[in-house]
Design a protein. Structure first.
Length: 741
């Protein structure tokens, strides 16, 4: 892949089935120079493209889409996509209600005549002309989109749903037209007496109804993204150059601006707290409901909610650079990608329509040739054409992916692609980095063991360590403060590389450092070994040449780590710790969180090697990490899972990001993958079963073999069944959004 390729998500207007998406894909791949990849998703109505900006741009891509017969919405004007979709929905709604207005009286009059519910006047020749007048607006106004779509599809050397609907309704309409026109043109010639204008009108109107319900239901599948976007506040309180507070649109805030966030308000930008103390509800980002305390210097994120104090914030991320915008981008990217399981449906859809047209023509020829009756043969052909539209098949996978990725985003789990969402349910091994993943990633003071001078030794040691920038020194200082110690200013501070520090505190000579730096008796050595066996870093405190106590520092495990590991074991997965830390420290932490397999002392480049070894043994391995050194292993794993509190490089190399850093998200991601794949399989089963069962029924196979003698599936029922099948698949996908994970 070229290093400077450009990616874009382009909304597409005018698709009616999965074959439309395949047509656009083929056109893009044939006609856009420098195109690297193109995925067109019928359910999301978006094209995900990657291209070389030196050879093409968005305008070139949009022109190719337009020539294929569809509309690409470029982000040239604000809310362009919203306006285009609203216009399309209005047009579809008008067409549908015009269809209803003419179809209902046509259907009522026609059925009343067929069942003898009206007088002899209904059999007068002029009544058929009335039926024609009622059917014309339905056929060529409500149904105009099917003719246009079918023509565009055939022009691009493919066949979509519109071709089937246009053919099916046209056969019924033009046969009926011939019934009333031919006797006028050629008196004495009759091709039948009964007209089927109501059949043609009902086919078009019912399928329009199904498409409208489908659009409404598809709109709900993308609700997760809209909810995320709606969380962002529209107004920000900005401090201007004169120090005055003024309200401006949030999208006009610039990096470096100072923003006031009052209690109860949503935060308009990503930034750092300059002044103030508060609790912030970050559940919309992390999925965790417990508020997070914020103080000066802490990072906060746009769309999270300030609950208590007044905060003054310096903007560091605005517009498309906020965490929320990145989440929306990742979710859209995942929804626009294609899961491997969808390839089967795409292959079937690509040849489905031509095959169905062939079956319909064969059905007509056999029933007319063998039975000798034109009308029953025609009705069966129309039923086959109408009932076999491949909409349900095309919607089966992408709608479930949309709901699954959207639900994941609400839980603080971001899938980069639908392939990652599909692969996660196949995992059998989860490999964890230790520091910053299972543990907090920063050392804390865990033990103070006084041997002389009581707690004064802790005060003196922490005071001496105030002169050091080492993480362990900071842990000692913070730990002593947490125990209420009042620290002194050190004098004559000196850091001895590789050993520790010395200083004069309150007139006393203090030395703090590694046990190897001191002469220790057997009893103290025993205490050092005992603390070290627990995976802790031990330091000796000496005051005026006499050992005053022992300090122990450790990187503590996260509160959620034990529960997260237990959840994975319950799901049947094997957790493994893969860390560069020493074996004793690694095993101590692993024992605490319930991990039985530990691979310690691993250099960064070797982590990828161990992932490959597990894969060679036939295992599906995930890697969970947070640091730059984890990036190669994250990229190598079947599914790389990055902790959202870690580095940007780790998140870029991963397939899944846990926004809040909670390890419980690993098990949740796998559960969500299992639930999504179960939904996709259900959808595909019903889509295939529907066509497998109903196409033979419509073709009259059961009637031919004597199981349903004389039965003809009326095209109106076929149209209703086709519309119902698409809506059923979408509604089944929506069930996933209510599932507890």
């Amino acid at each position: 892949m070229p290093p400077k390729s450009q990616k874009a998500e382009i909304p597409i207007i005018g698709m009616t089935c999965t074959n439309c998406a395949l047509t656009i894909e083929r056109s893009l791949k044939r006609k856009v120079p420098g195109l690297i990849s193109a995925n067109v998703n019928f359910a999301t109505e978006r094209a995900s493209v990657e291209f070389d900006p030196k050879l093409a741009d968005l305008k070139v891509i949009a022109d190719v889409v337009e020539r294929a017969g569809y509309k690409a919405v470029l982000p040239s004007e604000k809310d362009a996509e919203q306006k285009a979709r609203e216009k399309e929905i209005r047009r579809e709604r008008i067409a549908f209600w015009v269809g209803v207005g003419f179809t209902v009286p046509l259907f009522v009059l026609s059925m009343s005549r067929d069942f003898g519910l009206v007088g002899a006047w209904a059999h007068q020749p002029w009544v058929n002309w009335l039926f024609l007048a009622l059917a014309l607006p339905v056929q060529f106004f409500t149904g105009l989109g099917f003719y246009i779509g079918g023509f565009k599809s055939l022009r691009n050397r493919s066949a979509n749903m519109d071709v089937l609907v246009a053919m099916g309704s046209s056969v019924a309409f033009f046969y009926s037209l011939a019934v009333i026109v031919v006797p006028l043109i050629a008196p004495g010639i009759s091709i039948g007496e009964h007209v089927y204008f109501e059949t043609a009108a009902m086919i078009i109107t019912l399928i329009k109804l199904g498409k409208m319900l489908e659009v409404m239901a598809k709109g709900r599948t993308s609700a997760a993204i809209r909810k995320l976007m709606d969380l962002a506040p529209k107004i920000a309180h900005v401090i201007d150059a004169d120090g005055n507070e003024k309200d401006v649109p949030a999208d006009q805030v610039r990096r470096g601006d100072v923003v006031i966030v009052k209690p109860g308000e949503a935060i308009p930008v990503d930034g750092k707290v300059i002044t103030g103390i508060s609790s912030v509800n970050e559940s919309m980002l992390t999925g965790e409901s417990i508020p997070v305390d914020k103080k000066e210097g802490d990072e906060i994120f746009g769309a999270t909610v300030n609950q208590q104090g007044l905060l003054k914030v310096k903007a560091t991320g605005v517009g498309q650079k906020t965490a929320l915008a990145q989440i929306v981008r990742l979710v859209r990217q995942a929804q626009g990608s294609k899961a491997p399981i969808q390839r089967l449906a795409d292959r079937v859809s690509g040849v489905f329509v031509p095959v169905i047209i062939g079956i319909a023509v064969l059905t007509f020829a056999l029933w007319w040739g063998l039975g000798g009756e034109f009308v029953p043969a025609m009705l069966r052909m129309v039923a086959v054409l109408v009932i076999a539209c491949p909409c349900a098949l095309g919607l089966a996978t992408p709608t479930a992916i949309m709901v699954g990725t959207g639900k994941g985003a609400q839980m603080g789990i971001l899938f980069k692609s639908s392939e990652a969402l599909e692969t996660a349910h196949k995992l059998d091994t989860v490999m964890f980095d230790k520091t910053g993943t299972i543990t907090e990633g920063k050392p804390v003071l865990t033990d103070w063991l006084p041997l002389d001078n009581g707690d004064e030794g802790l005060v003196l040691a922490a005071s001496a360590e105030r002169g050091s920038e080492h993480p362990i020194a900071k842990a000692v200082v913070e730990g002593a403060k947490g125990k209420g110690a009042k620290l002194k200013e050190p004098r004559d501070f000196k850091a001895v590389s590789g050993f520790g520090v010395t200083a004069t505190v309150n007139g006393k000579d203090v030395r703090v450092g590694k046990p190897d730096w001191f002469k220790l008796n057997k009893g103290i050595k025993g205490k050092v070994d005992e603390l070290a066996s627990q995976g802790k870093t031990v330091m000796v405190v000496e005051v005026d040449g006499k050992v005053a106590g022992l300090l122990a520092v450790a990187d503590e495990e996260k509160p959620s780590s034990h529960e997260a590991v237990a959840s994975l074991k319950f799901l049947g997965l094997v957790p493994v710790m893969l860390t560069g830390d020493n074996e004793r420290a690694a095993k101590a932490i692993a024992q605490k969180v319930g991990i039985d397999r530990v691979i310690a002392g691993v250099l960064p480049e070797k982590k990828e090697f161990y992932i490959k070894q597990y894969q060679k043994d036939g295992r599906r391995a995930a890697m969970v990490g947070d640091g730059i050194n984890d990036a190669p292993a994250l990229a190598r794993a079947d599914v790389g899972i990055a902790i959202g509190t870690g580095t940007d490089i780790a998140m870029e190399a991963s397939d899944v990001t846990l926004v809040g850093g909670d390890l419980a998200g690993v098990a949740r991601a796998i559960k969500l993958s299992k639930a999504t794949m179960r939904t996709i399989r259900e959808n595909l089963f019903w889509a295939f079963a529907y066509n497998t069962a109903l196409v033979p029924l419509a073709a009259g196979v059961f009637a031919a073999v004597g199981l349903l003698p004389g039965f003809i599936l009326h095209p109106m029922l076929a149209a209703g069944a086709m519309a119902f099948s698409s809506v059923t698949v979408v509604l089944n996908s929506l069930r996933l959004s209510r599932k507890r994970i």
